[in-house]
Design a protein around this ligand. Structure first.
Ligand SMILES: Nc1ncnc2c1ncn2[C@@H]1O[C@H](COP(=O)(O)OP(=O)(O)OP(=O)(O)O)[C@@H](O)[C@H]1O
Ligand SMILES: [Mg+2]
Length: 363
């Protein structure tokens, strides 16, 4: 797995052979090798802890509750756990608890008898029955109605349930993995989530860190998506420019890995053949640039017209900062905008003592 230095010499990132990883396709839940092995190759200590935890608990039947912001990869982690469990060749059934109305969700989970309600024209096996022997992934569990929560709790305690409209007890052997992007602690406090169900589910808690908390993985993830979309879109393009990578490393990522994936997909689409991905083709929402680094990093967008002072030197400094912000701190582009040479800009930057956190690495 380790070997090829896949990224160009320019970037110091994990030494991972993506091609080998991607041959390890998992047929059951369709995860790619990279997706499967990401927790192992991640450089982030929290993800590494998750990887250790997966190794320890995958083979048990313990319920697992995966919490984390939207797009952090909770579903992938659930699939990874299943793939490493003793149930790997048994069904992995997903239910999105937020997608269905309470009544439909119950029939979806537990099945129903013919005639149990209007429209129940035939007997239907629920997800619990379909998952028998395997794993049931309850996604968006925080959105589940209290009455359904009570029924799930019963299955967890007794491994039995009834189809809707039937008094017959059905026994199943199902391992539960649940996920939510909500703060269940708050939902419990405010009476929306049953604490007893929470404790049952949360036998093994996993907290997936937001992407902004694992910036060290961004070059690797971005490169993975670049390769993936180049292959899908049958394009050959270069890697990322240093500026593009820096931009990715300083975005706030409210949509986490899903957002990164979409941005890289779009960049691969629009960038010319054999060209590199530059900041110009990365379309992140501007308001989040540098959003994770507090005031100094974030700065404040200045219009450049409402002068707070008429002191020329202060205005010059202001203009330079605005130009740098608008060009995502790429000095060459900012110099063009200011109508001066990059050298002159560089001189003025030090004269005005303007600093930007990621310049330090290179100076
Ligand atoms: N480690 C990873 N490697 C590759 N792709 C990933 C990784 N983690 C997440 N993704 C991709 O990011 C997207 C979001 O992942 P996933 O659906 O697992 O997130 P989630 O935490 O379940 O989000 P939500 O709370 O919105 O349901 C998917 O397209 C997934 O393939
Ligand atoms: Mg999900």
């Amino acid at each position: 797995m380790i070997g090829n230095n896949l990224m160009s010499e320019q970037y110091d990132i994990a030494d991972i052979d993506f091609d080998t990883l991607d041959k390890l396709e998992l047929s059951r839940n369709g995860l790619t090798g990279f997706e499967m092995y990401y927790p192992r190759v991640s450089r982030n200590p929290e993800i590494k802890k998750i990887y250790d935890l997966i190794k320890k608990v995958a083979k048990s039947n313990a319920s697992i509750l995966i919490q984390g912001e939207t797009g952090t990869g909770k579903e992938l982690i659930a699939g990874t756990i299943q793939a490493q469990s003793l149930r790997a060749d048994k069904p992995f059934i997903t239910v999105n608890c937020a997608a269905l109305h309470e009544n439909l969700l119950e029939s979806e989970l537990f099945g129903h008898e013919k005639g149990a309600f209007t429209g129940a024209i035939s007997t239907h096996n629920g997800k619990f029955e379909q998952a028998d022997g395997g794993t049931l992934f309850l996604d968006e569990i925080g959105d589940m109605h209290p009455s359904t929560q009570a029924k799930i709790l019963r299955v967890l305690q007794e491994q039995t349930f009834n189809r809707v409209g039937s008094s017959k007890t059905i026994r199943v052997d199902v391992r539960i993995i649940a996920a939510t992007n909500k703060d269940l602690g708050k939902d419990i406090e405010e009476g929306r989530f049953r604490p007893d169900l929470y404790y049952r589910l949360n036998v093994v808690p996993m907290h997936v860190p937001a992407l902004r908390e694992r910036m060290e993985d961004i070059p690797m993830l971005a490169e993975y998506f670049r390769r993936k979309f180049c292959e899908e879109l049958k394009k050959e393009i270069g890697g990322f420019t240093q500026e593009a990578l820096e931009l990715l490393e300083h975005h706030n990522w409210p949509g986490n890995i899903r957002e990164l994936r979409n941005i890289v997909e779009r960049a691969v689409l629009v960038v010319g053949d054999q060209r590199k991905i530059t900041p110009e083709v990365l379309t992140m929402s501007g308001k989040d640039y540098f959003g994770s680094g507090g005031m100094e990093r974030r700065g404040s967008e200045r219009t450049g017209t409402n002068f707070k002072t008429l002191n020329l030197e202060a205005i010059e400094k202001e203009a330079i900062i605005v130009a740098l912000q608008r060009t995502k701190w790429v000095q060459k582009l900012a110099a063009d905008m200011l109508g001066i040479s990059p050298r002159a800009l560089n001189y003025k930057i030090s004269q005005h003592n303007i600093t930007y956190h990621s310049w330090r690495k290179h100076s």
